[in-house]
Write a protein that binds this ligand. Sequence first.
Ligand code: PLP
Length: 428
Amino acid sequence: MDSTKFREAAHAAVDEIINYYDTLPSRRVLSSVEPGYLRSLLPSGPPEDPEPWHEIQKDIESKIMPGLTHWQSPNFMAFFPASSTYPGMLGELYSAAFTAPAFNWLCSPAITELETVVLDWLAKLLNLPDCYLSRGEGGGVIQGSASEAVVTVMVAARERYLREKSEGLEGEAREDKIAHLRGKLVALGSEQAHSSTHKAANIAGTRYRSVPVHLEDDFALTGRGLRKTIEDCKAKGQEPFYLTVSLGTTSTCAVDCFEEIAQVAKDYPSIWIHVDAAYAGAALVCGEFQHHTAHFSAFDSFDMNMHKWLLTNFDASCLYVKRRRDLTDALSITPSYLRNTFSDSGLVTDYRDWQIPLGRRFRAMKIWFVLRTYGISGLKAHIRHHIQLGELFHSLIKSRSDLFAETEKTTFVHPSGPAGPGARSIHE
Ligand code: PLP
């Protein structure tokens, strides 16, 4: 495809995409195809000879569209919002055009530096404490997903913990101590924490324990519950080294008791605490929710997905750490082919040392476009509008007495005892 053909094809593709968005409200949200539908519609292998773009493009409507679930439809109510906007798409287009897996600063200084700048912008916008900004010891890095962020920080937490606990030892004595400790490590999350923490523990090769949470606490992880689980683990000789706390759990949007957890953290400074704010973190752009960040300086890392609720196309998971050295100490390995004078000077950021893969996409571009196109006021208006819709939905549900008729007298009883003062009707 030469540049003339690309221009024609790109114009046709953009027209089709705009038409898709214009007609989205009238499209059925769920696909009705049967499993395996596509194989019967496609040839058994790629074409022997080149095909023109107009032939390829035709198949989007006839073959792909029937099998799409329309996440961007205003009638899509499942899972979570997955933002897609025109500025986000333009960012993706440029990113594809400039494809440059900028693992080191040298690979494309603009890619690294834009990421540092926009993540600092975002940190301020979300009211994160200054310790997460790049001008100090912290900083932000774009990951592919909140799950990837959890694995990344859990590995950094594991390595930091093992280093601290084997301090002063050398050689085989140190290796033996680390080998012994590895078998005892336990990662923690509340019962409502997203499954990515359990999965990360499987990947990192540690145990996982969930901390019980209760309806009377709105399913939030409390300091009391956390302390009990830590003490239980320690009594068994286990080594709790990592905890996920949530700002917006997946099932109930529980917000953990950050102040209490920060208090407990003082007694267990070696435990890495990660804030998972995958979808609800977007609400922090609004002043009325920013009190939630008041105790975040007591924690080690924070992650939110701009690609969920902040108008940015997948993927844009924004991870912040308080001490970037924790990441680089765990993840930096520098063979001769990755060395260069800029990295050696220590004056530049090489994001390969802040993530699991080496290569990386140019994801800062779409974040930059989104932040500039909507502005802070536009992002706040977007979140507030959605919250108003949620409140409207809540009031409509509450006004439907028929929905509650059968459960009118049902009262939640905590499994550990009869309903106390904290117990409440399940539809409250
Ligand atoms: N954390 C929370 C609270 C979530 O709700 C989700 C997904 O819904 C995730 C983590 C995982 O997100 P990702 O798909 O970015 O890994």
